[in-house]
Write a protein that binds this ligand. Structure first.
Ligand code: PLP
Length: 403
């Protein structure tokens, strides 16, 4: 995929490119059969509905669910909102006395904000810290659930900044022991690590198309049927998706998500092996350029494509990125990279602020080539040296102003 003058994309946590096979699968549903899958009175509508149901089967198969347990949404942000607020509001309407909603400090903002929003509706949000390696302390979770009746535990599968993989089977077992619902945001996990809703005892699981080489604007929510998990919908409308998510089903996007899940189910282990090879090659090359380069959240299991790297020498990640404009990486989560604040995830690890500001997130993906990782390592190494030289050469006041 390397072309002259084309930037090198190592930001596959923010989003992934659409797999050409996904694009090919979607195309007829834009061009030839554009019918509304709800228009079951006519042939085109019924064909679109069938394509949607095929896709639902592929999504379900990727996570060990039944097709009837999959709802289509606009993405993981919506799935997380629907899971957390929907479960809480339904339980509230039933007069629940379980008011705690427990999550992690390193969750995606859409989970943290959904949980915090519930405070205004009478719930008690509890945001647990993580250990320095980014993992949840399971004893702390156990103690938190033992202390007060808990409605819902929401723990992400794979972190979008530091790539660490939580022990979901252990989290699910603890949640069930205390009678709580278990939701997991698996946006970064699908297609990267095996997922099985039965094995981890999940009641709710969120997925996103554009994190697994599918299209943007489509996602899914797994909703357990046995025993049945009930939600209050966020939207009023035409009653699609069993009344839980009204709105015309975007058949082309759903077909794309289905194809992305089908490919992931078959190729995830191959992807992970190849991507781990590229990661090792990249890290070895960059370490040779940048002595003292350090990995954040080292020691925890992580997905193959992730590196959260703290650069030495007192320069910021932003300075390095400015000096390497051909390399697309990230200083934190994409959603907050416009802010000057260091990322809440790196803060939650307890990293000193200077180290958090000197951290680059690298996301290697299915389409990253060996040539690209070589070029990126060389470019980032040179950029790091330039950033240091610039600091040393800058008037004293200027270096201070960038702190
Ligand atoms: C990207 C991401 C989201 C948001 O997903 P969208 O489909 O873009 O709404 C939520 N959680 C995690 C962990 C993510 O990486």
């Amino acid at each position: 995929m390397t072309r002259p003058n084309r930037p090198i994309y190592l930001d596959n946590h923010a989003t992934t490119p659409v797999d050409p096979r996904v694009l090919a699968a979607m195309r007829p549903w834009w061009e030839q059969n554009f019918a509304n899958p709800g228009s079951v009175e006519h042939a085109m509508g019924r064909a679109a509905e069938e394509a949607v149901e095929d896709a639902r089967g592929h999504v379900a198969a990727l996570v060990g669910a039944e097709p009837s347990e999959i709802l289509f949404t606009s993405g993981a942000t919506e799935s997380n909102n629907l899971a957390i607020k929907g479960a809480a509001r339904f339980a509230k309407a039933q007069g629940t006395d379980r008011l705690r909603v427990v999550t992690l400090a390193t969750e995606h903002k859409c989970v943290l904000e959904s949980v915090k929003d519930l405070a205004a509706e009478g719930f008690e949000p509890v945001v647990l810290p993580v250990r320095p390696d980014g993992l949840l302390d399971l004893d702390l979770l156990e103690a938190t659930l033992a202390a007060a009746p808990t409605l819902l535990v929401s723990v992400m599968a794979v972190n979008n900044e530091i790539g660490v993989v939580q022990d979901l089977a252990a989290v699910g077992a603890i949640a069930k022991r205390h009678g709580a619902l278990f939701h997991t945001d698996a946006a970064q996990a699908a297609g990267r690590v095996p997922l099985d809703v039965g094995a981890i005892r999940a009641d709710l699981m969120s997925l996103s198309g554009h994190k697994l080489y599918g299209p943007k604007g489509i996602g899914a929510l797994y909703l357990r049927r046995r025993p049945r998990v009930r939600l209050a919908p966020l939207f009023s409308g035409g009653g699609q998706e069993r009344g839980l998510r009204s709105g015309t089903l975007p058949a082309p996007l759903i077909v794309g998500l289905g194809e992305a899940c089908r490919i992931a189910a078959g190729e995830a282990p191959l992807d992970a092996g190849r991507i781990a090879g590229q990661r090792d090659r990249f890290l070895a090359a960059l370490r040779a350029e940048v002595p003292g380069l350090d990995l954040n959240a080292a020691g925890a299991p992580r997905v193959a494509g992730n590196l959260s790297l703290a650069f030495p020498g007192g320069v910021t990640a932003q300075e390095i990125m400015q000096a390497a404009p051909a390399v697309c990486v990230s200083t934190g989560s994409a959603c907050s990279s416009a802010e000057v604040e260091p990322s809440h995830v790196l803060k939650a690890l307890g990293l000193p602020e200077a180290r958090a500001r000197a951290t680059l997130r690298i996301g290697i993906g299915r389409f990253t080539s060996p040539a690209e990782v070589d070029l990126a390592a060389a470019a980032l190494g040179a950029a790091w040296r330039r950033a240091i030289a610039q600091r040393m050469g800058a008037p004293a006041g200027m270096a201070g102003a960038a702190e």
